[in-house]
Design a protein around this ligand. Structure first.
Ligand SMILES: C[S@@+](CC[C@H](N)C(=O)[O-])C[C@H]1O[C@@H](n2cnc3c(N)ncnc32)[C@H](O)[C@@H]1O
Length: 249
């Protein structure tokens, strides 16, 4: 099974880091407020953050009262940045692929993951491993790219536009064709996996989770009007999907 590590490609990493550190970006303005609003009280909780990247969320969870946060990621570049910029006494970072989390020998009150599951080939298998790593009644809160977004195969523009480039509507193509997508995103040959909403939900149910909440990303009209080049497309489709699940009935 392939494990892509595109964040250790220097061109991709620099491009991601530039975008992620802009004041106005999709992570801070869209993903973060939604995932934080879906979390339980973190006081005294042992947390595993899968695909912790540069550690922004691990630091937020630590600041919100978590007992401990273990952040795992496959990328050396991302972990180096996390250790240098988002450290705390109760945070540990470890280089590990999400495909290997069954080797972790502790259980967690909460498992989180932000925008990482786009890269997993065996989503169903990963959900079972996460369920096993949770304590009874533990929570699992995650975001991933919305299937309407991952459906894109790079052949046509994501949007149909006016002659001046204004986004008229989002294009949807090959939604029902699941599997690997290889597209150009900062570099040629960027790989992610597309699966339908039903496939995601059924994998969660099959692993034994109780679904508590599902959200789709959106942003305020004010932000769309203020930053039309960045957020103009968000009126037409959600970029991210979010779930909060529980281990147990
Ligand atoms: C879009 S970034 C998100 C980072 C962070 N969660 C955030 O919200 O800022 C995706 C992260 O997933 C990590 N990743 C990709 N494939 C992985 C794998 N197989 N195992 C663990 N981490 C992986 C990447 O290295 C990268 O740090």
């Amino acid at each position: 099974m392939s494990k892509q590590n595109i964040y250790d490609n220097e061109v991709f990493f620099e491009s991601f880091k530039d975008n992620r550190s802009k004041d106005v970006n999709f992570n801070d303005c869209i993903e973060t407020p939604i995932i934080l609003s879906m979390l339980p009280d973190l006081h005294g909780k042992k947390i595993l953050d899968i695909g912790c990247g540069m550690g922004q969320h691990a630091k937020q969870y630590s600041d919100m009262g978590a007992e401990s946060v273990l952040g795992i990621d496959i990328s050396e570049n991302m972990l180096k940045y996390a250790k240098e910029n988002n450290s705390a006494d109760n945070i540990s970072y470890k280089r590990m692929a999400m495909e290997d989390i069954e080797t972790i020998d502790q259980k967690f009150d909460l498992i989180t993951s932000s925008l990482v599951f786009d890269y997993i080939e065996d989503f169903e298998g990963l959900m079972v491993k996460i369920h096993t790593l949770l304590k009874e009644e533990g929570k699992f809160v995650f975001s991933m790219s919305h299937p309407i977004a991952t459906s894109w195969d790079g052949v046509y523009d994501r949007y149909t536009r006016t002659e001046t480039g204004e986004r008229l509507y989002a294009n949807l193509r090959n939604y029902n064709k699941e599997g690997l997508r290889k597209v150009k995103w900062a570099v040629d040959g960027y790989e992610c996996y597309h699966r339908t909403v039903a496939t995601i939900i059924n994998a969660l149910i099959k692993a034994g989770f109780t679904l508590e909440e599902c959200r789709e990303s959106n942003i305020s009209d004010d932000m769309r009007e203020k930053y039309p080049d960045v957020f103009g497309g968000t009126i037409h489709r959600p970029d991210f999907i979010f779930f909060r699940c529980r281990k147990g009935k």
